[in-house]
Write a protein that binds this ligand. Structure first.
Ligand code: CA
Ligand code: CA
Length: 303
């Protein structure tokens, strides 16, 4: 199994970035990642005064997947997410729902051990590791790892977790996959601008899907949900787009009657805000897979 080390990081996902490794479709590969602060705040003595922050949110990569062509989708099966021993949660005036309350940047280092994050003497939080930034090279100009769009990027979606399969549209030959910005745990919405930021290592199987189910936006399959993801400047635009994408998927890929699709969505579809703090806001629409299976549709990767 190849390992992509932290010798290869970028903060722009771009087709000009030279690949640091190549694999054949279907191979398993590991990505080692820094936390979103490039690990600079891990030493106890590091403060906002002493650390000159490098450009943040580094992603490890890009990985070239041989044979991936524009119009295909990558299927990224997340087999495992390992984490470092310390996570960092930060508050500050730059971004967040209550940012006015935090005129000074503050951070706390949180021990992560045995499946829990030890926040204080009272609270230990069960970890739910997730990948905050994961994306391919977009078709046009490069996009900062701060910004999510249809190529993926900084989507900060809690469902990008172990056991899930993320689907990303391919825009350039080889796809050029990168990832970083893991969170040991994060609330949906990410209301104050970060999760429990942590370094880590993800083991993934990367396949190429080339069938009629391919779409031009990210999707996720979990054990029990099919999910569309949309990132737009405003949350309302994002929720409308995520819902529209699911409607069209149900109609065009599953052959559902449009009225039944609407009824099923309003009865069973969960609209969830992934994050409210990045330059584009991300919202997802979740549909139970037992409904798609009732229509004979099991997986995007199966024709
Ligand atoms: Ca993020
Ligand atoms: Ca983060």
């Amino acid at each position: 199994m190849k390992t992509i080390t932290r010798d290869y990081i970028t903060n722009v996902l771009a087709k000009e970035n030279p690949p640091c490794a190549r694999i054949r479709a279907g191979e398993i590969v590991a990505f080692e990642t820094y936390d979103c602060f490039t690990n600079q705040f891990l030493p106890e003595e590091a403060t906002f005064e002493t650390v000159i922050r490098k450009p943040g949110n580094p992603a490890t990569g890009p990985l070239c997947i041989e044979g991936a062509m524009p119009g295909d989708m990558l299927k990224i099966d997340i087999l495992d997410i390992e984490m470092g021993p310390v996570g960092i949660v930060m508050l500050g005036p730059g971004s967040g729902s209550e940012k006015e309350e935090f005129p000074q940047k503050i951070l706390r280092r949180v021990l992560v051990k045995g499946g829990y994050a030890y926040f204080n003497e009272r609270v230990k939080i069960p970890v739910k590791p997730m990948i905050g930034v994961i994306g391919v090279a977009p078709a046009g100009e490069g996009v900062s790892t701060i910004t999510p769009m249809d190529h993926g990027g900084n989507m900060d979606c809690t469902q990008i977790k172990k056991g899930a399969s993320l689907y990303l549209p391919v825009f350039v030959e080889g796809a050029l996959l990168s990832m970083g910005d893991f969170h040991a745990v994060m609330g949906d919405g990410e209301v104050e601008d970060c999760g429990l930021e942590i370094e880590g290592r993800a083991t993934v199987r990367v396949s190429v899907v080339r069938n009629k189910n391919c779409v031009s936006y990210p999707m996720i399959e979990t054990e029990d949900k099919l999910i569309t993801l949309a990132s737009r400047e405003q949350v309302e635009e994002a929720w409308r787009a995520a819902t529209r994408q699911m409607y069209e998927f149900m109609k065009e890929k599953m052959g559902m009657d449009y009225e039944e699709a609407g009824m099923l969505l309003t009865m069973t579809g969960d609209l969830v805000i992934c994050q409210t703090v990045n330059p584009m806001k991300t919202v997802r629409m979740e549909l139970p897979r037992h409904i798609t299976q009732s229509y004979g549709f099991d997986s995007i990767s199966v024709e």
